[in-house]
Design a protein around this ligand. Structure first.
Ligand code: HPA
Length: 236
């Protein structure tokens, strides 16, 4: 029973928990770096999914692609057709809050969006949707155990990366309390709610809309490890 976007025929090839970076090559990197006995189970559209073991627990790492339409498709199919229970997005974000520094790690409490995704898909009227509380707690407990400082906050899930109205982010920040922007969590949280599943999101600050600083690819790799270790520890 493959789906339109996932060629896997046996549900058991997926773990109950899936970590989702946006980039499928990052999924490959995570699997090769942290998991043992890895198996590549999806290659449709090069959206690689790997299942392996992390300290005795079966975990899948799969790319989501960029944006709510893309993560909306993959997370729906994972929850609905492959009995996946938990999806933890592991991504990068742009800081709206001047107090956030590059490489800071954020655990999303909830995601605000002006996207029509939740309304169109499920007739949900909310423009803010929560992460699953117990996953947030698990991520926080792992961060604490690993002595990695994290910020728990509301994030903005935006449909737009390139904007030519420089200061619009200040409105979103000030009206909705968003500390940073990414492009996926609101759709993920909507799918989890509708399907009775669980979702969370952990992010590393890769750039700042306030200071216009950016990280290099190499620097991102190191900070990415902190986020990954929190996500993996919470998943086991
Ligand atoms: N906008 C949206 N998504 C992002 C950004 C951004 O500035 N940085 C990292 N992910």
């Amino acid at each position: 029973m493959a789906t339109p976007h996932i060629e896997v025929n046996d549900k058991n090839l997926f773990g109950k928990t899936v970590l989702m970076p946006g980039d499928p090559l990052r999924a490959k990197f995570v699997a090769e770096t942290y998991l043992t006995d890895i198996k590549l189970i999806n290659q449709v559209r090069n959206m690689f999914a790997y299942t392996g073991n992390y300290q005795g627990k079966k975990i899948t790492v799969m790319g989501s692609g960029m944006g709510m339409p893309s993560i909306g498709i993959y997370s729906y199919e994972l929850y609905k057709f492959y009995d996946v229970e938990n999806i933890i997005r592991i991504g990068s974000c742009g800081a709206y809050d001047p107090n956030l520094k590059l490489y800071d790690v954020i655990i999303a409490r909830d995601a605000y969006s002006e996207s029509s995704f939740a309304k169109v898909a499920y007739n949900y009227p909310e423009n803010i949707l929560p992460a699953s509380e117990h996953l947030v707690q698990a991520l926080n407990a792992s961060a604490k155990k690993l002595a990695i400082p994290v910020t728990n906050a509301t994030i903005h899930s935006s449909d737009v990366f390139y904007r030519h109205q420089g200061d619009v982010f200040r409105d979103v920040r000030d009206k909705h309390g968003c500390v940073a922007v990414e492009m996926e969590s609101f759709a993920l949280f909507a799918n989890a709610r509708f399907l009775g599943k669980h979702a969370a999101c952990i992010l590393t600050v890769s750039d700042s809309l306030v200071t216009k600083e950016e990280t290099t690819a190499e620097e991102r790799q190191t900070s990415f490890h902190k986020m990954m270790e929190i996500a993996l520890d919470s998943a086991k």
